[in-house]
Design a protein around this ligand. Sequence first.
Ligand code: PLP
Ligand code: COI
Length: 360
Amino acid sequence: MEFKIIKSDHPMPDAQREALLENPAFGVNFTDHQVIIEWTREDGWKNARVEPYGPIMMDPSSAVLHYGQEIFEGIKAYRHQDGSIHTFRPESNGARMQKSAHRMALPELPIDVFVESLRALISVDGAWVPKPVNEKTLYFRPFEIAAENFLGVRAAHRAEYRVIASPVGPYFTGGLKPVSIWIALDSARAGRYGTGEAKTGGNYAASLLAQGEGYENGCSQVLFLDAETHTYIEELGGMNVFFVYKDGHVVTPSLDGTILRGITRDSIIQLLKDRNIKVEERAVTLDEIREGYNSGEIIEVFACGTAAVITPVGQFKSKEGSIGPENPEPGALTASLREELTGIQYGLIEDRHNWLVKLS
Ligand code: PLP
Ligand code: COI
């Protein structure tokens, strides 16, 4: 698919952009351009273009505003020391977006077009990828919305795929300082046969009430339990979670259709296998974690995701009390996995699984 390029006539001046790239906060500033591809039921995908960044003109009856038919992805561009720009496992994000699209009755964008759309944006906004220091990257936000003006409840006959991009520093500003996690005891994020495995806006909307409670209690993320029995650990609002045991093995909740298939999660499992560390993907109860912490069986916990990379977890808190030490030192395995993963992403460690794709 050819992307038509329509350049902005008012890009941010170089000096202003460079100043902004010194210390970018997460997701508040955006590059000069965006990708747009339209879809109609009659014609399929069409009119692929890169346009100046700007607001979406939308009819108030647009389906996405009423029934939340929306999906998104999160993926980063990394600048290497030689100035080249790479992304990480984009085919996996493209494939996940197709699965999300299927679940939300949206059209599936071909995976190669997904990857090309990132390359097209970088072809005009490459200067927005920060220098490779302090975990700075350019975060892409590909998303797809139902774009038909119609209030009937059925899959829209028009849709739009866009990519915007935001220069970002670490999601958690404390660096390797462990974050506290609020356990959602009164709400669930996703139920069986529901939309938990899809990266759709509604799952995040459903997480915000508990996330707010978490903030009020000094926690920066929320842990969700399974909707049915409220005993099994699923994932955090925007991250997967891993537990490291004293004997060296590592446990993460299995993918049961209600949690997101994290690409960072999958990469970490591979890196652990490469080290001959036993990884168990299985059901994990909150009781197991409480007992494991109390007995000293569990020695490290970390969260992972594209935005969060690998972040050590300190205490779990809830209205029923807290689990784990308040301000633990970041665990050794957590720190070394984080170094290895970011080392691969920034081109400092050999990419032995061919995870990187060059964008420029
Ligand atoms: N779980 C949720 C709910 C997320 O939003 C994310 C972030 O994308 C993840 C897990 C981690 O997924 P990934 O590693 O692909 O970014
Ligand atoms: C990501 O990691 O890309 C996400 O979408 C999660 C969110 C916390 C920004």
